[in-house]
Write a protein that binds this ligand. Sequence first.
Ligand code: SAM
Length: 241
Amino acid sequence: MPDGNAAPPAEVRAMFDRISPVYDLMNQLISGFQEPRWRRRAVREARLAPGQSAVDVACGTGKVAASLARAVRPGGRVVGLDFSSRMVDRARRERRSGRGLSFVVGDAMALPFGDAEFDAATIAFGMRNLPDYGRGFSEMTRVVRPGGRVVCLEISRPRSALGRAIQRWFDWIVPVIGRLAGQGDAYAYLVASTRGYPAPDRVAAIMREIGLEDVRWTPLSGGIVTLHAGTKPADWSPPAR
Ligand SMILES: C[S@@+](CC[C@H](N)C(=O)[O-])C[C@H]1O[C@@H](n2cnc3c(N)ncnc32)[C@H](O)[C@@H]1O
């Protein structure tokens, strides 16, 4: 069995379709309004310049994709991809598609893009939902050019005392807020999916195993979120799976 989320993908998709109307507001509350700062760090790690291109995998309502699009203007191209069509609908409505920014429905496990099509690939709070993390990283790496960046921002289980205190609050408050928003099951899933996600050193090992190099990780906000990034080597080929 590969490292991956045990929940059936069809159920995960239906759940994200269902919570799409409240998703952005809930995120701000749950993160204590920290998420814009985390996303900015992720975009910086993509090391993009005007005129370049990027894909944001599991883009949700398109916040990271919109920031990436600002980083590559003028002349650049950014695609946000998500398998929840309702999330993609919201992204198209709220992030002003056009001017090099577009959104598509698609599966992170089989990205509908050619090899080496982008300068960078990002994923924010999406990796822990995938049934096979290695395959997720491998697909992101495949569509990035040699020398391009693969960046993953994800919730993590902190080690510091402060981080663990924040985590206990998170584990308690998230299902409560979820129930108040009428989405109890979905937000119980959110807590469960973070518990099943590997520790940062294991995530880094998965990235190295699929062939990324210069893999680094940075804990943010006491380690409740971790930013991983690596570079695609010139001689990369997809791992046999
Ligand atoms: C927690 S949300 C994160 C959304 C967004 N990246 C953000 O930062 O707010 C996780 C997203 O992953 C998407 N997702 C989960 N599994 C996926 C898959 N196999 N392929 C594409 N998208 C997927 C969900 O539909 C959902 O929009």
